[in-house]
Design a protein around this ligand. Structure first.
Ligand SMILES: Nc1ncnc2c1ncn2[C@@H]1O[C@H](COP(=O)(O)OP(=O)(O)OP(=O)(O)O)[C@@H](O)[C@H]1O
Length: 343
């Protein structure tokens, strides 16, 4: 149970929490007991390969479909017994966008304002503010079908904000966007969070999760394979190392003989010592180098990136085994470990 802490301690109230959430389609189990706890005001990224069940999780949490088992609360409302309470507190954008291409951006916004029972005057005011905020004033009178992908996503989020939601589900908000539009979207998401909104994000992009999310859960085979901050996740897998580089070939040879556990790159005159990058390990490596009388010309610490984590956890073999450290785990981490290992 990666995210829930028995006994509670007291952190911020949960915006979203699930216990043992399950969903199958026919005989295919898509969610196989998902436990989540997402503090209010944070960005949470649900990361997973194609077909992992990310959209299914969003659909359940936004009451579009029901779960087969388990419990889920969103903004303090149970998704099964109080779906209206959930709907009043959330906004959803993404793969099932609400944008109507046949009408203009402004008309889409006004329609949304009507759906939220705003008065005509309030609706116009909110629409004008949001079109301005999302840089859509110029395009406001054009049919949404003429918008670029980035503009449609911005309109979609603007429409979601008409209802002033406390929690926003963004299902793959930047899929298909060019790098610039993606960065714009990231900025929008950051601003939402600054304004106190909780963001539940699904993404296949590790960089996106790394950039935006306070916490990341990796969904694989219907289960949360690991959960934590990007830094916590990176520390869970092997691949980190300290690299020592030498200018002088003789010094390099001497060091390579003394540090027989290290892997060698004779061409670059560098040695790699497996390390989790923690201060404690770094200190012991430095002590060890001092004791052996080795002085490198350059010392760098490499930690695995989120790609390494993702591939390790979702079963692909991207992470090369590090020689000389057989005790290091090479298997995906156990779900319960991340929390305890760190901080
Ligand atoms: N209504 C449905 N009926 C049958 N199978 C479904 C249904 N909805 C989803 N699935 C299946 O459930 C699995 C998870 O789908 P889901 O869309 O939740 O994955 P995802 O992680 O969002 O994937 P992607 O990144 O490709 O959008 C897939 O195998 C999908 O085919």
């Amino acid at each position: 149970m990666p995210t829930s802490r028995p006994g509670g301690g007291h952190q911020s109230p949960a915006a979203v929490s699930t216990v043992g959430l399950r969903k199958s389609f026919g005989d295919k189990t898509v969610l196989d007991g998902i436990d989540l706890r997402i503090p209010a005001g944070s960005v949470f990224a649900l990361l997973g390969p194609n077909g992992a069940g990310k959209t299914t999780a969003v659909k359940i949490l936004s009451t579009l479909i029901s779960a087969d088992g388990g419990q889920a609360q969103v903004a303090g409302h149970d998704v099964t017994t109080s779906p209206d309470g959930v709907r009043a507190a959330i906004g959803v954008t993404g793969q099932f966008s609400a944008v109507d291409g046949l009408i203009t951006g402004e008309e889409n916004m006004l329609l949304m304002a009507d759906l939220h029972h705003l008065s005509k005057q309030e609706g116009r005011q909110v629409t004008a503010e949001l079109l301005e905020r999302f840089d859509l004033v110029e395009a406001a009178k054009k049919p949404a079908s003429t918008y670029s992908g980035g503009m449609k996503r911005r309109l979609d989020i603007a429409m979601t904000l008409v209802g002033n939601p406390r929690i926003i589900f963004l299902d793959e908000p930047t899929t298909g966007l060019d790098p610039r539009s993606r960065h714009n979207m990231w900025q929008i998401i950051r601003e939402l969070v600054t304004g106190g909104v909780t963001v539940f994000l699904t993404t296949q992009y590790l960089e996106e999760a790394d950039e935006l999310a306070d916490r990341i859960a990796v969904l694989n085979d219907g289960k949360i394979a690991a959960e934590g901050t990007a830094e916590e996740l990176k520390r869970l897998i092997p691949g980190g190392h300290v690299r020592l580089r030498f200018d002088d070939p003789d010094t390099y040879q001497t060091a390579a003989l003394a540090l027989h556990e290290a892997s060698r790159d004779d061409e670059a005159l560098s040695l790699q010592i497996p390390s989790d990058g923690s201060q404690r390990e770094l200190r012991s490596i430095l002590d060890w180098l001092d004791a052996a009388g080795i002085e490198a010309d350059e010392l760098t610490v490499h930690t695995p990136d989120l790609d390494d984590v993702f591939f390790a956890l979702t079963g692909s073999a991207k992470v090369p085994a590090q020689p000389g450290r057989p005790a290091q785990p090479t298997q995906p981490v156990q779900p319960a470990q991340p929390k305890e290992d760190v901080r």
